[in-house]
Design a protein around this ligand. Structure first.
Ligand SMILES: [Fe+2]
Length: 134
């Protein structure tokens, strides 16, 4: 799997959130590199936990701003965030249980979700919020 590269088309028009998304890209990339290095499962566990806590921080920030400005797509957006968090927790449990879950499967889901979400729902709040925060 190739490393994720942030491009301008991923921009949501709000610098703070673009910065968060770039960090999330890098976190997924570190999992890709961990795989290539065939790293210790403890490294994978640690990276997944970092990803979970940073994602939570980022989601809270996005949701708070959408709520503050009364963005009407908030509920749908929260639901999509929840899907990611539930999957990350589920993967953490599976890694801990050593049930044979592969890093490929985890990375496929994480990278797919992040690209779809950043190019999808995140693009909807961009124009709405950037008009109100500038
Ligand atoms: Fe989002």
């Amino acid at each position: 799997m190739q490393a994720l590269v942030w491009e301008e088309r991923f921009s949501v028009g709000i610098r703070q959130f673009d910065q968060h998304h770039k960090i999330l890209f890098e976190m997924i990339n570190s999992l890709i590199f961990a795989k290539e290095d065939n790293s210790d499962p403890d490294v994978i566990k640690h990276t997944l936990e970092q990803l979970r806590s940073y994602t939570l921080f980022h989601f809270v920030a996005e949701e708070a701003m959408m709520k503050y400005f009364g963005f009407e797509g908030l509920d749908e957006h929260i639901a999509e965030h929840e899907v990611l968090l539930q999957h990350v927790v589920e993967y953490q449990e599976r890694v801990a249980a050593e049930d044979g879950v592969t890093l490929d499967e985890i990375l496929d889901f994480l990278a797919g979700w992040l690209l779809d979400h950043t190019l999808g729902l995140d693009q909807l709040y961009g124009p709405f919020l950037s008009r109100r925060t500038e």
